[in-house]
Design a protein around this ligand. Structure first.
Ligand code: PRT
Ligand code: MG
Length: 219
């Protein structure tokens, strides 16, 4: 049995075509099903539906052989015990520093002010500000970072931005790029060794589909 860990929502939606390229069709839609283990058209492949941030953990401990996780999630996890062979280039977005409209971030940085920064991405944020020599106190949040500057919890946030409409709706502006994010395939190294006959063709199909997709975009 090959077990693939996925999160619901954007990652699942963008993974369906990759699975199809590997000849795998989920038998149910996780958005409408309450099942956490989904069968597929292949008796030897199943999907487990977990929280996006839990995907690396399931794969690291071998509860899933493969998984798909955002680079943001992988940086926070640290990547221990994970083979990361492929950037699937799906669920793309950017990790950005954002502040309330009217807050002069660059002036504050220039003055050497100590900034309070709220984020779910403390590891990536710590590294970013350390590299820039910006003094920060990081405040760990688990969601809705956009609220923090509006109620005085923080001067700035570090959050993912795709369309920018969430920042705009909350009168926030992006002031600094931290890193580009897309989702990656993660593989349990023991699974790759012991289940190679089943796992390798899936890796190859994903790689092929990703390369074709990229070619299409450049054409
Ligand atoms: O939602 P949940 O709390 O269960 O977990 P999650 O937010 O980690 O999962 P999910 O499914 O929302 O995101 C999974 C992965 O998708 C993330 O780890 C990212 O790698 C990737 N991704 C791509 C994004 C976005 N784009 C994105 N826009 N993840 C989150 N967002 C959020 C962002 O945090 C912000 O709140 O969407 C909002 C901004 O979107 P725009 O379009 O308004 O800019
Ligand atoms: Mg989310």
């Amino acid at each position: 049995m090959i077990t693939i860990a996925l999160s619901k929502g954007r990652i699942f939606e963008e993974t369906v075509p990759l699975l199809a390229a590997a000849g795998i069709v989920p038998s149910e839609n996780p958005e409408s099903s309450r099942k956490l283990i989904l069968g597929t058209n292949r008796a030897d492949v199943r999907l487990v539906i977990v929280r996006a941030t839990d995907v690396p953990t399931y794969v690291q401990y071998g509860a899933a052989d493969l998984g798909i996780a955002g680079y943001d999630v992988l940086l926070e996890h640290g990547g221990a015990g994970l083979y990361q062979p492929l950037d699937l280039q799906i669920a793309a977005c950017k990790l950005m520093v954002a502040v309330a409209e009217g807050f002069d971030y660059h002036a504050a940085v220039k003055q050497g002010a100590r900034l309070r920064v709220a984020t779910k991405y403390v590891e990536s944020a710590r590294e970013h500000f350390a590299a820039k020599g910006v003094h920060v106190d990081l405040i760990k949040l688990y969601g809705s970072m956009e609220l923090a500057p509006l109620v005085g919890l923080a001067d700035a946030i570090v959050d993912l931005v795709s369309t920018g409409s969430t920042l705009k709706a909350n009168k926030l502006v992006a002031v600094e790029h931290v890193l580009d994010v897309s989702s990656r395939l993660v593989v349990n190294p023991a699974s790759l060794k012991l289940k190679r006959a089943g796992v390798q063709p899936i890796l190859d199909a994903f790689a092929h589909a990703t390369a074709q997709h990229a070619e299409h975009h450049h054409a």
